[in-house]
Design a protein. Structure first.
Length: 257
């Protein structure tokens, strides 16, 4: 194995260890109070002490995130194809999507609570609402990469618009689609936690809110660590899926993610 791939594999671990070391050193050197910024050691103790609650709430957050993300993938793909297919649909729907995406999703959660109550459903819908937009935009952008000259040539050869979409447009949009999944999955976690902080009795967001009320700052950071781990794992899975499904579109030697 060459030195360069090994260095790339070790780089995230080295950076993480360096961050923890600097964090621990800064807390000790500047005598930062634990209620302001707990040390990594205190956060680790909180993870061990509250592991059952962290595990249970992490599973709830992960489940709402994945369900909302799955809905965003299905809906975003279909809407992205529609927006990229028709200029009329693009002109009509795109401004509405931009306007809706500009609305802070925390302002939408109370409406979802009125409609569906607190708990699982609002968290799923918030994850969906915050993560579908990047998928729509990227799929539509991928379809827009078809050169007008190529489209004219294909039409002259007898290809219908549907043929062009299936055989040229969709393959070209795939790298954009799978690339957008890495962004969408992280946003889905944000949506779930927002909803759990406002309208849920379960989940990492609710756990952190309770810890804040009790001034258990190490537990708050433990919740952040749990979210970070889940986000990194899901991002890595999306990156692996992207590399597997669209490896033909990636440059040799280019590091993804």
């Amino acid at each position: 194995m060459s030195k360069t791939p090994l260095a790339i594999r070790l780089a995230p671990w080295i950076a993480t260890i360096a961050l923890i070391a600097v964090w621990e050193l800064a807390v000790d050197l500047f005598k930062i109070p634990q209620f302001f910024l707990p040390s990594p050691w205190a956060v680790g103790k909180a993870i061990v002490e509250y592991w059952p609650a962290l595990y249970r709430n992490s599973l709830f957050t992960l489940s709402t995130t994945l369900v909302g993300f799955a809905l965003a993938v299905g809906f975003g793909l279909l809407l992205g194809l529609a927006v990229g297919w028709s200029r009329a649909i693009n002109a009509g729907i795109y401004p509405l999507m931009i306007g809706f995406n500009a609305i802070p999703k925390v302002a939408v959660v109370p409406i979802l609570v009125l409609w569906f109550g607190i708990g699982f459903v609002p968290a799923v819908l918030t994850a969906f609402l915050i993560s579908f937009f990047p998928i729509v935009v990227n799929v539509a952008t991928g379809l827009a990469t078809i050169e007008p000259e190529l489209e004219d040539v294909l039409k002259a050869l007898g290809a219908s618009k549907l043929d062009i979409m299936r055989k040229v447009g969709i393959p070209r949009a795939l790298p954009y689609f799978f690339g957008s999944l890495k962004v969408a999955i992280t946003l889905a976690f944000v949506g779930s936690v927002i909803s759990e902080s406002v309208a849920s009795n379960t989940g990492i967001g609710n756990l952190m809110l309770q810890a804040q009320a009790q001034f258990q700052v190490p537990l708050i950071f433990a919740g952040l660590v749990a979210l970070a781990v889940e986000g990194i794992v899901m991002y890595a899975l999306m990156a692996m899926l992207e590399a597997r499904m669209t490896g033909w579109a990636q440059r040799s030697g280019f590091a993804q993610g």
